[in-house]
Design a protein around this ligand. Structure first.
Ligand code: ACM
Ligand code: ZN
Length: 752
């Protein structure tokens, strides 16, 4: 029998519910807010009938109200005298800050500026979407961004995006509380804006869009102005980039007199870095740049103008009489840090910086602008890793971190690239994006002040449709925005993943194309030398049931259910799938091949390259093979020293062959091995060489991809096998990295 006192205590308990019980409200905000206090009770969405905002924010306010209707099916009347959503302008300590309070009666938003109000609406929209149209949790949120610059770049040159598509892009950025859209408007493959003084830039510099579509695509000024105004309504500033002095073939095709050789030139029909660049010795070029940037700043009101500066080969300048005359006239000299041609590039950047500073603007450049000495007021966008940004901060220059190693969203987001839309390479899954910490620990607190923000870039060589572009950025933008907005103590990847499905519902509702990898089964493969097994653990972000097979057949709901680590002892063709009411995930598969070395203890006698160490040398005997992408973690790298490992076969074993594979990507300084040798031992101390082979240096015409090397020898019985493979020690003459050491990427060592 239930006693009265029990019921009374239950009643009391319900009356003073601890806050934690509300965690089932599932408040899923992305990015994570600065602070949130949950109160008891809820607000019925039905009570949200009217809104008031300050008159000066009226245009944006009206837009946000129409978004509430469109995205959350919430209709509110504007400017009622007793509003249920009351937006107030108050003094805030920092830009973009806001406060959002949901009371029993309604909602109060306080912001110091319009952008703060926009962020508050983004939070409110996420709360409403999360409430499924019923009750909003009572809550007080105080929120502000970690970094003042929170951007993304889209390349409009390699493929062209319509103004309507860019507007859609912009609106999504606002949802994630970003504030900057950087447009890469010009490159070798297309000049994408019309300028009055040089109409042929648009007419002759844009004739090809994709290999199939050769029609011209460029933006008219009025169209750009429309986009700028639209973005401003969402608190997003557009920063234009005209990339100079390299990446200029499209301009040279229209105005060949601006190049060192005088042309003729063609808008490029291939990707990569072109040797033909603007002639830095020609005064007409300086006038051209002033004219072009002069018109550009009439269109774009942004304080910052991006001048590019990346990847400008100096081969034309080295041979050009005009460029050499300029070098002489300016007294530019090579020293141990900079060549005189790098100094000449700095002269050009300084010239354009002065022009823009005189017109009240500031420049941003890619980190190459450090190379000949930094222009006095330039902001550096660090893309080749973080080192350029670190160097610039030490020189007391502002920095935006956009390292390709974390934030190049044209990189693949899956290892099985065969199942991805064809891309430029790389491997950048969501978890890696999320893990990015933009504040280099090597900087002093004073130097850290110069790190102003974070940006992700979408280069579009291989991205020809808007749907593909969305697939590349969604949901990686969600991870990005938390890096940009939330302080490190608020960040937690598991927690982030738990908030993500809510966002995905919104993508589904809006019909956005997005990548679904985070819903795939996550498989961890760990060689277990003690048991001689490959141990596979499987997880999903939402603990969906996982089914697997080991015989190469497609897993279905009738396949075995995963319930704890699989221990694989022999060759297997593994596949797994997550099964949800909303549909099945993609299948993850791995072929597991056992040889005499598989899952055996292995030690490195010389170091693995730190940058590409991944899980270390056990990768070489895990029975799993890498594909043609060296960045997936299936390959590990050696540079400057040999791959030199010893495998313990655990008992005397007869062997007669050793094979390795290497992955070659010459453009990235990744070469095949120059030699392979095998030594054996019974005691692990005294080794005898049983086979070795030398391989020639790679030629320019040799293909990238996977190379296999196998040594066979008279059968010997041994317990310990030492395998040594030598990286290229001096990159050949024909290569841009000539005489530097190359990388050697190795995978599976197969002993039989
Ligand atoms: C760049 O990726 N070339 C800035
Ligand atoms: Zn020249």
């Amino acid at each position: 029998m239930i006693g009265k006192s029990y019921i009374f205590h239950l009643f009391l308990f319900l009356l003073i519910l601890p806050d934690s019980i509300y965690s089932q409200d599932n408040i899923c905000l992305i990015p994570q807010v600065e602070s949130m206090v949950r109160k008891k009770g809820t607000l019925s969405i039905e009570r949200l009938e009217s809104i008031h905002f300050p008159d000066e924010w009226k245009n944006t306010g009206n837009l946000l109200v129409s978004d509430l209707k469109e995205l959350a099916n919430l209709s509110v009347m504007v400017n009622a005298s007793n509003p249920s959503i009351h937006v107030k302008k108050v003094k805030m300590q920092e830009p973009e800050m806001y406060m959002l309070e949901i009371t029993k009666q309604g909602i109060i938003i306080e912001a110091g500026d319009q952008t703060g109000m926009i962020h508050a609406f983004s939070t409110l929209l996420q709360l409403i979407l999360g409430s499924e149209g019923k009750e909003l949790p009572r809550i007080i949120i105080h929120d502000k961004p970690r970094f003042s610059y929170r951007g993304v770049m889209i390349d409009c040159s390699r493929h062209f995006w319509t103004i309507e598509q860019l507007k859609k892009y912009t609106k999504q950025l606002a949802f994630f509380k970003l504030n900057t859209l950087h447009l890469h408007l010009t490159d070798n493959q297309g000049w994408r804006l019309y300028l009055d003084q040089y109409p042929d830039l648009a007419f002759k510099g844009t004739y090809y869009r994709t290999f199939e579509d050769l029609s011209g695509h460029y933006y008219r000024k009025s169209e750009l102005q429309e986009l700028i105004n639209y973005a401003a309504m969402y608190g997003i500033e557009i920063i234009p980039e005209i990339d100079l002095p390299g990446h200029m073939l499209a301009a040279l095709a229209a105005y060949p007199e601006l190049g060192c050789t005088g042309g003729p030139y063609e808008v490029w029909r291939q990707w990569g870095v072109a040797d033909d660049v603007l002639c830095a010795g020609n005064d007409q070029v300086l006038k051209f740049l002033e004219d072009v940037y002069g018109e550009l700043i009439e269109i774009f009101p942004s304080e910052y103008i991006h001048v590019g500066g990346d990847e400008c080969p100096k081969v034309r300048w080295e041979k050009c009489p005009k460029c050499q005359a300029r070098i002489k006239a300016l007294g530019l000299k090579s020293d141990k840090n900079h060549s005189k041609e790098e100094r000449l590039q700095s002269f050009v950047i300084n010239h354009i910086e002065k022009f823009l500073n005189d017109h009240g603007r500031q420049i941003i450049g890619w980190d190459e602008i450090l190379e000949g000495g930094l222009a006095p007021n330039a902001t550096v966008m660090s893309w080749r890793g973080e080192s350029g940004g670190i160097e610039a901060a030490k020189q007391k220059h502002d920095v935006i971190m956009t390292p390709n190693t974390y934030l190049y969203f044209d990189y693949y987001q899956a290892k099985d690239t065969e199942n991805e839309p064809f891309g430029i390479g790389g491997y950048l899954p969501m978890e890696r994006v999320y893990s990015y910490e933009p504040m280099p620990a090597s900087l002093t607190p004073e130097e850290q002040q110069y790190i102003k923000g974070v940006q992700a870039n979408l280069w579009t060589e291989y991205i020809a449709t808007f749907s593909h572009a969305q697939y590349m950025v969604l949901p990686r933008w969600a991870a990005l925005c938390e890096v940009q907005w939330s302080t490190p103590d608020k960040k937690n990847y598991e927690d982030f993943l738990s908030r993500l499905p809510r966002l995905i519902k919104w993508y589904d509702a809006e019909g956005y194309n997005y990548a679904k990898h985070v819903f795939d089964v996550k498989a961890e493969f760990t060689p277990n030398p003690a048991d001689g097994t490959l141990d596979i653990t499987l997880t999903t972000i939402d603990n969906a049931p996982i089914h697997y097979t080991l015989d190469g057949t497609e897993p279905t709901s009738t396949s075995p259910v995963y319930d704890g680590a699989l221990k694989i002892k022999e060759n297997a063709d593994f596949s797994a799938i997550a099964i949800r009411p909303t549909g099945n995930s993609r299948v993850v598969s791995e072929k597991i091949d056992f040889s005499k070395s598989s899952m055996k203890p292995i030690v490195a006698n010389q170091p693995v390259n730190k940058q590409y160490e991944f899980k270390g040398v056990s990768t070489l005997v895990d029975g799993l093979k890498g594909n043609g992408n060296y960045k997936t973690g299936r390959w590990i790298a050696f540079r400057g020293n040999d791959m030199d490992v010893t495998i313990d076969l655990k008992q005397p074993t007869e062997i007669s062959s050793v094979a390795i594979s290497t992955c070659v990507e010459k453009g990235d300084w990744v070469f095949d091995t120059r030699g392979l040798s095998v030594e054996v031992s019974e005691d692990g101390t005294n080794f005898t060489k049983v086979a070795s082979e030398a391989y020639p240096a790679m030629k320019e015409t040799d293909k990238n991809g996977v190379y296999d090397h196998k040594l066979t020898f008279t059968p010997v019985t041994a317990q310990y096998v030492k395998v040594i493979a030598s990286p290229e020690k001096s990159i050949p003459e024909w290569h841009g990295g000539k005489s530097y050491p190359g990388f050697l990427f190795v995978d599976e060592i197969t002993i039989n």
